[in-house]
Design a protein around this ligand. Structure first.
Ligand code: HPA
Ligand code: ZN
Length: 330
């Protein structure tokens, strides 16, 4: 019953790492096709390794698995597999992160990555009924110089990339490290978003806002520790892309009943629900909605609010957002 209701809600997915949609079956298929040896004997053995203690323990496996992505076709297949799943959960719009440095550093060209992903993204509306955009993330545990080099590679592809983001190991890698890179990206016309306040402190959320001048905060669940920050996020209408199953899997919260998404909504924050790395964290966007509904007793009005927030928080134009919002009218 509630499952059908959640499925029926039109949803925008705004926090989704395409490399995190890499299902074990596809990992093995591509390993075989590209003749890459995996350190796991089978799909089952790989799945068994999905026991994480924190963000870093996940990232180690995440980067190891993407080593089998080699060709333009691989990247296209990965993105199309995601669109197919998302279309069944009534995702109407998706803004998809990708991590070019995780590929260029192992010898895959930037063009291979962007051409493969773009071939899926440009046809997502026609093939799956989903509009989509690409957000290029910088790996914050790499140097600012490497991020700048990556930005320079992306500039000729400005038409294909709506925004820049910041991901990977948060602790010890404050947003301020990337002040120049984000300034240049914004000057080139990219929107900006950043992971902050997932494992890192509230100061990182402030830095993302004040120094990187982001339009959204990815995760941001620790923002509730600072009442002044909450007030600022509410007054400036800066949305948070929250990923509940990810937060529990990576031990940001011990269990879903401890999650603060309901408190965020009650505080007037513009929170949204997203799946982060669904192949690794136990579910796509529908499973994320369902698990918070069950654990926190969210009401129908909360679920609608979360879905409407997701449309409003997107990088779509005002007119495009208005069109999607008509889907909520009776
Ligand atoms: N946090 C930081 N970096 C990431 C994540 C995340 O949840 N998923 C993929 N890269
Ligand atoms: Zn993320």
């Amino acid at each position: 019953m509630i499952e059908n209701y959640i499925a029926s809600l039109p949803k925008a997915e705004l926090h989704l790492h395409i490399e995190g949609t890499f299902e074990p079956e596809l990992i093995f298929k591509l390993a075989d096709r590209n003749k890459v040896k995996l350190p796991y004997a089978s799909v089952e053995a790989l799945r068994k390794a999905y026991e994480f203690t924190d963000l870093q323990s996940f990232l180690d496996l995440y980067y190891a698995c993407m080593n089998v992505l080699r060709t333009e076709e691989d990247f296209a297949e990965l993105a199309n597999a995601y669109f197919e799943k998302a279309s069944k959960q009534n995702v109407v719009h998706a803004e998809i992160f990708f991590d070019p440095q995780a590929h260029t550093q192992r010898g895959i060209s930037f063009d291979t990555v962007i051409d493969g992903l773009w071939s899926a993204v440009k046809n997502s509306k026609k093939n799956f009924g989903i509009t989509s955009k690409l957000i290029m993330c910088f790996l914050r545990d790499q140097s600012a110089e490497s991020a700048m080099e990556t930005l320079n590679q992306a500039i000729p592809y400005g038409e294909r990339i709506v925004a820049v983001g910041l991901d990977s190991a948060e602790r010890g890698n404050p947003p301020s490290k990337f002040a120049e890179v984000f300034a240049k990206a914004r000057a080139c016309g990219f929107h900006a978003t950043a992971h902050a306040g997932e494992e890192g402190p509230t100061e990182y959320v402030w830095e993302a806002i004040n120094i990187l001048k982001v339009k959204r905060i990815d995760h941001g669940v620790r923002s509730l520790e600072d009442p002044k920050l909450v007030q600022h996020l509410v007054e400036s209408a800066i949305p948070l892309t929250v990923c509940p199953l990810s937060n529990v899997k990576l031990r940001v919260f011990d269990k879903m009943t401890d999650h603060n998404i309901k408190d965020m909504l009650d505080a007037g924050l513009h929170a949204t629900i997203n799946s982060d790395d669904p192949a690794y964290f136990g579910g796509y966007i529908g499973e994320n909605y369902r698990s918070v509904h069950e654990a926190l007793d969210l009401q129908q009005a909360d679920l609608i609010k979360l879905a409407v927030n997701s449309i409003n928080a997107s990088f779509l134009t005002h007119t495009e957002r208005q069109e999607y919002l008509t889907l909520f009218e009776d």
